[in-house]
Design a protein around this ligand. Sequence first.
Ligand code: HEM
Length: 181
Amino acid sequence: MGKNGILHPNITMKNLTTSQVAALKKSLKELDTQRLASEFYETLFARYPQVKPMFPTDMKELGIKLMSVFELVIYSFEEKSHNQFSLQDTLIKPMQELGKQHEAKGVLPEHYSIANDLLLEILIKQNKDTFTSEVEMSWWLALQHLTVAMLSRKKDGTQAPLAERTLRDTFHSIMKKVAGK
Ligand code: HEM
């Protein structure tokens, strides 16, 4: 554990390996992003109708934006130590800003775990033939890095206690998942 980069005082984040980053890039190339986005939002609204009012009526553009962020994130993992990749520092600030925008829209920290789990579920469902456990784990780690960046706050800004708890929960579930593989 000690080897991994620390992104938050209470969280030790697991970095990605060279082969996990390669797996992600390959997976992204094979992906039908429009199909993924539309099933993602459709399922999200069916299962969690309470979040629907936050969203605009035309969801097509949002789907494209969401997928562009994933693309950006996947291509922004850089080697931080030997064969250990995490998000480029220059991406952290824009992701924090995106997170702040979400907070303003009423998105709660716990919505991120719901969205990440759902996204992974649909990725697996739509890409059964290519989704090995390595691809799954790679996506999972990438989403955790993105979420931690979006929920992180600068040292001077106070972190909502709820956000801290969610990050800690996220961390524990990463560890459970890693241990279970
Ligand atoms: C996995 C991390 C997420 C990413 C990368 C992401 C990405 C984005 C992007 C790029 C936008 C467009 C911002 C703009 O137009 O400037 C957006 C908007 C939005 N997102 Fe997310 N999002 C994430 C998680 C979530 C979650 C968990 C929710 C709530 C369930 C959510 C709800 C919204 C809403 C309500 C908007 C505003 C739509 C509008 O009014 O136009 N997002 N998101």
